[in-house]
Design a protein around this ligand. Structure first.
Ligand code: ZN
Length: 297
């Protein structure tokens, strides 16, 4: 197996078992996308693809080239953020593949609203493909419509942004939810996993260890947030993030603030923190969460 090369547009074999899996990196590297978005091609003859990526013709062309004339029958989409799903219509138009995923929640922010799956599948449903099967695992948390896909023959889980390599996912409230995220991580422990194929970064071969590390990371962060709230007594997000995320580079703090808010909502729901009713900014205007005061209980 070769997983060390990150060159956009060049297929890399990331097979870990019987079913061929190729990773195709999209040239959209950045702060939130790391080396770029991974698209995965699965199968021998009739192929499946996980995450078409953003609407970038160069990436769609690279996928078509990697197909090498073989039919693409299934497009699986982990979630509808701009770096994962907007490339779908172009690819579907070229291949006629069936589209599998969950449409975004009506209130969700930063979502690809053009996304409409061909058929609604539910959690734990199995889709029989050409010599392999994919099981849908609903993993709300990063966003509410997040799915992971289990390649059952090889125990390889395509994790989208639920589990990343080299970094931790941002949880985006209110559609993203920290309690859901923790539960979704715990639920993965019951699956027969042998490899994790993330939406960004390298394939990981020790799934149990990775999942445990992520759960511990979130638990430690929660403890740190409670300690920071105790120290500051009452504070706004901007004050709290500096103390609770003092190990995070300053350019990532705007994103850390979103995950911090997800942690705070979880603490509030558990009766461990409270959000003081903020003063309205002007008549009829919604109070701003940025200026809201948080306290530990
Ligand atoms: Zn995402």
């Amino acid at each position: 197996m070769e997983t060390s090369r990150f060159v956009a547009g060049v297929p890399v074999d990331v097979t870990t078992g019987q079913i061929p899996v190729q990773r195709l990196l999209c040239p959209n590297a950045g702060v939130m996308t790391g080396p770029g978005t991974n698209s995965y091609l699965i199968g021998h003859q009739e192929l499946a693809l996980v995450d078409p990526g953003p609407a970038m013709p160069v990436h769609t062309q690279a996928i078509m080239q990697a197909l090498g004339g073989r039919p693409l029958k299934w497009i699986f989409v982990t979630h509808t953020h701009g770096d994962h799903s907007p490339g779908t219509p172009a690819l579907q138009a070229l291949t006629g593949a069936q589209l599998i995923g969950l449409a975004p929640h009506a209130d969700a922010q930063y979502q690809d609203r053009s996304f409409v799956p061909d058929r609604l599948y539910g959690h734990d449903e199995q889709i029989l493909c050409d010599g392999f099967s994919i099981r849908l695992i609903h993993t709300p948390g990063h966003v509410s419509n997040h799915l992971c896909f289990l390649l059952e023959e090889d125990g390889m889980l395509f994790t989208g942004d639920h589990i990343l390599q080299g970094t931790t996912p941002v949880i985006l409230p209110p559609d993203g939810n920290m309690s859901d995220y923790m539960k979704s991580l715990e639920d993965l422990r019951h699956l027969p996993l042998r490899a994790l194929a993330p939406g960004h970064g390298e394939v990981m071969l020790e799934p149990e260890q990775m999942i445990s590390t992520l759960i511990r990371h979130r638990q430690r962060r929660e403890l740190k947030i409670v300690a920071a709230l105790t120290t500051l007594k009452s504070c706004i997000l901007d004050e709290l993030v500096l103390l609770a995320y003092d190990d995070v580079p300053s350019h990532l703090l705007p994103w850390a603030k979103k995950t911090l808010l997800a942690h705070l909502y979880k603490l509030r729901d558990e009766g461990r923190a409270r959000l003081l009713a903020p003063a309205p900014t002007s008549a009829g205007e919604k109070a701003d969460i940025e200026t809201s005061i948080w306290e530990v209980l």
